[in-house]
Design a protein around this ligand. Sequence first.
Ligand SMILES: C[S@@+](CC[C@H](N)C(=O)[O-])C[C@H]1O[C@@H](n2cnc3c(N)ncnc32)[C@H](O)[C@@H]1O
Length: 234
Amino acid sequence: MTADKTAINEAMNEAPDKANKLRASDVYRENLQFWHQAWGMCTKPYTKMPELEYLPWIPERLKAASAERILDLGCGSGWLSVFLAREGFKVTGIDVAGHALDLGRQWAEMEGLNIKFDAGDLGDLPYADNSFDAVVANSIIEHLPLSLALVAMSRLKSAVKPGGTFIGCFDKVGTGPGEYYKLEDGTQVYTDKSRKGMMLRYFPDEEIRELLTGWEVVELKTLDSGSRFVVAHT
Ligand SMILES: C[S@@+](CC[C@H](N)C(=O)[O-])C[C@H]1O[C@@H](n2cnc3c(N)ncnc32)[C@H](O)[C@@H]1O
């Protein structure tokens, strides 16, 4: 076993305790506060879809897996939820920022789409086993420190049906502007005014695979943007 593997295995064992302590800490509260404030500045849904090379791949992969019930993790104001609901998927979005969810609800109502938007923290996912066929996670896991990401991924494995699907996109991290300090696990905690409190962590490919322990990774590719697109099945 490599030193890195040992480190992530240890991290997995310690993750639940560490995640609980972290969630009770001021640094984590400030991180959530950042998201509440950021979304609080939006007054109406921003309804333009982002131009992402991998966007068409998502419904494609979901259809290939015969997935119907989709969980959109860290859905924000719901562009991916809307995108998938338009394609006929039954979508639930979850995000910690209630205001973002209200914007998503407005957008869904404008389009006559039936999307369920739930408020919740990814460190404490509220879903029963087998609630979904698939989970999509766009630009969200990298906003979780390692212990929380491990806890969330482990919980998701049960929340999707056996044979269920994970589709994620992990953004390139660490090259943008801003000042930050690092937590022990490498999570960057921003200190500059515009992103004060926000957490961002780089997950190398090996760690993405380790996060998906117990899933079969069928695709992991680096895009021109430097983001990683990943598909896995339980
Ligand atoms: C970079 S945005 C991505 C939003 C959306 N997935 C997208 O692709 O545009 C990260 C989202 O995750 C939410 N978020 C951050 N930390 C979270 C947590 N611990 N639990 C739930 N949602 C969280 C934020 O409110 C924000 O909407």
